[in-house]
Design a protein around this ligand. Structure first.
Ligand SMILES: NC(=O)C1=CN([C@@H]2O[C@H](COP(=O)(O)OP(=O)(O)OC[C@H]3O[C@@H](n4cnc5c(N)ncnc54)[C@H](OP(=O)(O)O)[C@@H]3O)[C@@H](O)[C@H]2O)[C@@H](O)CC1
Ligand SMILES: Nc1ncnc2c1ncn2[C@@H]1O[C@H](COP(=O)(O)OP(=O)(O)O)[C@@H](O)[C@H]1O
Length: 502
């Protein structure tokens, strides 16, 4: 089953449907119980101080308080006046089992925090409309001071003060060690600086009709078992000619390593025959890689075409100033093509085809869209969708996590590791994507499967190398990552946080 990413508006519409069906109360009960279980599992010691806002996020906290009492925990609830009917109802229910609520203010919070084992943030969820009002900002400042002094914080749905739909860090938002996000991930807990406020993120999907959530989802996160089902399968009679012939077109004096890394990535992702075509002297990183140095592209490209085209090509990695001209020509060949680095240029919009895979990082995405990098980073889902509309085919907007946009689907990758923030990682990805195209995958499937394969290999390599990870370590782990994905069955973990990614 896939996991979903919801916008605040989408979450509200699912809420409204649940309410019409008379189910919202049961859903809040499930959410609050899951929060209580998470508190019990992660922070089993000391009194639990729950901060409840007036909306449904506060309602979740009040339900959690009741369950924590039932688990035998000492519970203190500091609450704002309940506005949401289910917040009022759950306040009564808490009282009915002996739970007390106190008015929320900074002084009460400081007193409660002094003897607490954990703070639970149920102040603001998807209903938060920035900017923070001053009274709430003071409460959050006091929470963050307690957190800074060593008190752990668990946030319900998302840390209060984050705009659910933005990856931008909101100064003045809650700093959490753990976030229990409900029904679907929110952009803020997955991406960018905002996600650093969320700590380890656990998704509680909630038992609601999956179609209701799917219909509202901005994007999906594919399970490893589904990714594995998209990977190519060979017959015993496979030979190098059937396992995909891949060309890497790249390298320029000073950036020749990029093409070599892509070649290695393609080999390690199973391509049968890989040739690097370059105007520069590309280092022979492994003898299995074929390297052809050419004098100029004008004569070479027609000759290459006449010699018989490969199954797939990756171009642009370190290719230099001639990249756009070369890319135009190669795109006219009409074969599955990965376009990376120097080949990611707005002039190429309209020259692609359905089996193109474009792989910009946020800086390249901004150049393609004619916007700023900050805008891309703020909303990677929207940026990936716009890029796909501009370029066609499939777009991989790289990052931790990456977003894959094709004509009919938007998906967010899982996993990866911050150690992957090192030069050459994207070149490895380009080669591996070309290898998957060369083995017959569509650009859309290669995007989803390749990005996960790359991330999984990064996780495995990080076990040994941590932040010292380099691109060749990732190539070396592609085989093991492939095996691990193939071996995966059933749902994968949704827990996340340092040192790896969600
Ligand atoms: N289907 C689902 O996804 C499910 C969702 N569920 C839960 O519902 C949550 C959404 O609940 P929601 O819609 O009631 O809004 P919520 O986040 O509590 O915020 C409203 C409160 O915030 C306040 N407030 C707003 N802006 C403010 C500001 N700038 N500065 C200060 N205050 C501000 C606003 O104050 P008011 O404007 O009313 O004075 C009001 O009190 C969601 O995150 C999840 O936890 C679960 O129960 C299970 C099913
Ligand atoms: N923090 C991170 N978590 C997960 N993956 C990451 C992280 N940082 C970088 N990556 C991955 O590493 C690759 C970097 O690509 P890119 O910036 O194009 O590198 P280069 O141009 O040096 O080859 C992308 O696939 C990206 O998803």
């Amino acid at each position: 089953m896939s996991e979903f990413i919801l916008s605040p508006g989408g979450a509200r519409r699912v809420d409204a449907r649940l309410e019409r069906a008379g189910l919202l109360d049961l859903t809040m009960e499930e959410a609050g119980r899951a929060v209580a279980d998470a508190v019990q599992a992660s922070f089993p010691e000391g009194p639990v101080v729950l901060l409840a806002g007036g909306g449904a996020n506060g309602g979740d906290a009040l339900v959690a308080a009741r369950h924590l009492l039932a688990l035998g925990r000492v519970v203190r609830v500091l609450a704002q006046p309940a506005k949401h009917p289910l917040a009022r109802l759950n306040r009564q229910r808490l009282r009915a089992v002996g739970g007390e609520t106190q008015a929320l203010n900074v002084a009460a919070l400081r007193r409660a925090a002094a003897s607490a084992g954990v703070l639970v943030d149920g102040l603001l969820g998807t209903g938060f409309v920035p900017p923070l009002r001053p009274a709430m900002a003071e409460v959050i400042e006091a929470m963050n001071a307690a957190h800074g002094a060593g008190l752990p914080v668990l946030a319900i749905d998302l840390p209060s003060g984050l705009d659910a739909s933005s990856a931008e860090r909101a100064e003045g938002s809650v700093r959490a060690d753990e976030t229990v996000t409900l029904m679907g991930f929110k952009t803020a807990v997955l991406f960018g600086e905002a996600a650093t406020r969320a700590g380890r993120v656990t998704l509680v999907p909630l038992r609601v009709p999956p179609d209701w959530v799917r219909e509202e989802a901005l994007a999906t996160r594919t399970e490893d078992a589904e990714v594995a089902s998209r990977l190519p399968v060979r017959t015993t009679g496979a030979h190098k000619g059937t396992a995909g012939r891949v060309w890497i077109v790249g390298g320029h004096p000073g950036t020749v390593g990029a093409a070599a890394l892509a070649g290695l990535g393609a080999l390690r992702a199973g391509a049968g025959l890989v040739t690097v075509h370059s105007l520069a002297d590309v280092p022979l990183v492994t003898p299995e890689l074929m390297v052809q140095r050419h004098a100029d592209w004008d004569q070479t490209l027609p000759q290459l075409r006449a010699s018989g085209l490969p199954d797939a090509v990756a171009l642009g990695m370190g290719l230099g100033p001639e990249a756009v001209r070369v890319a135009r020509e190669v795109l006219a060949w009409g074969i599955p093509t990965v376009l990376d680095a120097d080949a990611l240029h707005p002039e190429l919009a309209g020259h692609g085809h359905s089996e193109c895979l474009w792989t910009p990082h946020p800086g390249e995405a901004a150049r393609l869209l004619g916007t700023g990098t900050a805008e891309v980073i703020r909303d990677p889902l929207a940026a990936a969708r716009r890029l796909q509309e501009l370029l066609g085919g499939t777009v991989v907007l790289k990052g931790g996590p990456s977003v894959v946009a094709s004509a009919n689907a938007l998906s967010v990758s899982r996993g990866g590791h911050p150690g992957m923030a090192s030069g050459g990682m994207g070149d490895t990805l380009s080669g591996l994507l070309a290898a998957l195209l060369g083995q017959g995958l569509s650009a859309a499937d290669a995007g989803v499967a390749g990005v996960r394969l790359h991330a999984r290999a990064g996780e495995l390599a990080a076990d040994t190398h941590g932040y010292g990870l380099i691109a060749t370590d990732v190539s070396d782990q592609l085989g093991a990552a492939w095996q691990a994905l193939k071996a995966s069955s059933g749902p994968t973990r949704s827990r996340s946080g340092p040192p790896g990614n969600v």
